[in-house]
Design a protein around this ligand. Structure first.
Ligand SMILES: Cc1ccc2cc(C(N)=O)cc(O)c2n1
Length: 324
């Protein structure tokens, strides 16, 4: 006969596994009804033994009561913005500057290429594998503590899926809203006579800045990681692409369109393909983010003023916004 603690821990591990399959691998292994049954079983057991509730239990996604205001968070490593390119010529010039700086002649450079999600940048800190803080980017040096709201986003794990978690790991990424989720939210708001949002990005920003996590919890927010800030007690892979794959393995969702491209022409092919895919993705993107893949080269290139020399956002032409 299992002890209560063992029953609780088993239910929690099972739910974390199913959440990972559903939200990170996009391959649900059980029907939603079975997931809900297990979650209700855990909630019931925790209500019988409240002293055994742990903050990282899958039931603990919604904070108790609304905050009066947000505390400030100082980013130990600044969260930077990206330089932009608006044409192939500007991208070629970006590559040329890098080749000259690295003394690479015309050798091919490998880029990690991804869609540029049109949402809100956030920083999520895990201490010994447990989610301990969530913050907005703010001005890059100081952001707002939105931990309670971050915890309500279903595809952000409250605990990393690894037996030996880093002492401290800061995951950076974008919180966004799908177009379908945005439409449903506005319909619901209209029906309730509440204010509607102009676009998914504003809806995501407004939802994250809610002082009441119970409201944030009802919003269809999604997180995709795009980088790592603080990393202590772990040796990270030596390329950006491998680091993103590592994040995925420990339970952090990354975007499914990310690709490695070797050489400028492959990168521009990725840019054009993303331009073709744009309307069918189901979420807004405003371009692509193209990063030198080798971390050693990123470190050699460094940053200029607020933006990395090793990355560029190649944007799409502004889309004519349908006036509804
Ligand atoms: C360094 C950096 C800064 C902002 C970013 C923003 C996005 C994005 N909006 O998808 C993706 C990235 O890889 C980023 N990377």
């Amino acid at each position: 006969q299992q002890s209560i603690e063992q029953q609780l821990e088993q239910l929690r591990q099972q739910l974390r596994h199913y959440e990972y399959q559903y939200h990170v691998l996009d391959k649900p292994t059980i029907p939603d009804a079975e997931y809900d049954r297990l979650m209700n079983q855990l909630k019931t057991l925790e209500q019988q033994y409240p002293e055994l509730i742990s903050a990282d239990s899958p039931t603990q996604r919604v904070g108790a009561k609304p905050l009066a205001s947000f505390a400030q968070v100082r980013h130990e490593i600044p969260m930077l913005s990206l330089d932009n390119a608006f044409s192939d010529q500007e991208f070629y010039a970006f590559v040329k500057r890098i080749q000259e700086r690295l003394g690479y002649g015309n050798d091919d450079l490998t880029f990690c290429c991804e869609p540029k999600l049109d949402g809100l940048a956030v920083s999520i800190l895990y201490e010994n594998g447990i989610l301990s803080q969530g913050a907005t980017r703010g001005d890059g040096s100081t952001g707002e503590d939105i931990t309670l709201n971050i915890r309500t986003i279903r595809n952000i794990p409250l605990q990393l899926l690894t037996d030996n978690p880093p002492a401290r790991l800061e995951v950076r990424g974008e919180v966004f809203m799908s177009q379908a989720g945005f439409e449903q939210l506005n319909e619901r708001a209209l029906a309730r006579g509440e204010k509607t949002f102009a676009n998914p990005r504003n809806a995501a920003a407004g939802s994250l800045r809610q002082l009441d996590p119970k409201i944030t919890r009802q919003r269809p927010l999604v997180f995709n990681a795009y980088g790592i800030g603080i990393a202590e007690g772990v040796v990270l892979p030596d390329t950006h692409f491998a680091r993103l794959q590592w994040l995925k393995q420990i339970g952090i969702p990354i975007n499914q369109e990310i690709e490695l491209c070797r050489g400028t022409e492959q990168v521009l092919e990725f840019y054009r393909q993303m331009g073709q895919k744009r309307d069918g993705l189901g979420y807004d993107i405003d371009g692509t983010v193209l990063k030198i893949n080798e971390i050693a080269l990123q470190q050699q290139l460094g940053f200029v003023s607020k933006a990395p020399r090793w990355a560029i956002a190649y944007k799409f032409p502004a889309q004519e916004q349908l006036t509804i």
